[in-house]
Ligand binder design. Sequence first.
Ligand code: GTP
Ligand code: MG
Length: 222
Amino acid sequence: MKKIKVLKPVLVSNQQRALENRKVFDHMKSLVINIIASPGAGKTSFIKRTVKQFKNRYKVLVIEGDIKGQIDSKTISKLGVDVIQINTVTECHLDAFMAAQVLPKIKKRYDLILVENVGNLVCPAEFEIGEDYKLAILSTPEGDDKPLKYPLLFHLAKVVVINKVDLLPYLDFNTEKAKKGIRQDNPKAIIFDVSSKTGTGFAAVFRHLEKELDAKKKKNKG
Ligand SMILES: Nc1nc2c(ncn2[C@@H]2O[C@H](COP(=O)(O)OP(=O)(O)OP(=O)(O)O)[C@@H](O)[C@H]2O)c(=O)[nH]1
Ligand SMILES: [Mg+2]
């Protein structure tokens, strides 16, 4: 039997589609953040806090990627921002072609588009969707060794959020070890320690996002 290698062509054509999506997002003048983490790491909780902070001053859209259902979409909709659901059915990640299908549904201009990828630490990192950058979330119960065991995401992410720091007293999680693991492959990573439950650490996250939104605005004017 002959084996056919398809991974590279699939990723190459995804990359091409992602570049086309990127042009559309750039034309819309939106900052697009691809949020990637394991199931339950706190993606939706992070988005909730961010939406509450920015929704009154910026136009925010959330794109929810899930294998099935609309649980997170319903949660975010209650905050009064627009939400688009993508159900991937069998796929463990969003890809550029799925994102492309969403583009015609975006009828307004948004300053900030937050994309919650499917809960998975591996596959979503391999597929660009046309985002400005990836934001990885690592939650403390997962263990401080995860950046070394699942390096691609932590290598590619511009921002890494260490979430659930309120649980540190009950865990063996060594924050410095986790940060060393992230910086080993990604020395420029911007790392935040937060608790989406208590709000600890979010002031710094919001300052970062504010700067990114500002930079996007200036780029669009120039
Ligand atoms: N203690 C604590 N719990 C948290 C924190 N952030 C999220 N949680 C809880 O963790 C669980 C999962 O949070 P979600 O925000 O739904 O995680 P998610 O990554 O969106 O999950 P999926 O979409 O299913 O992959 C929920 O019970 C949250 O209340 C935190 O900082 N501290
Ligand atoms: Mg979620």
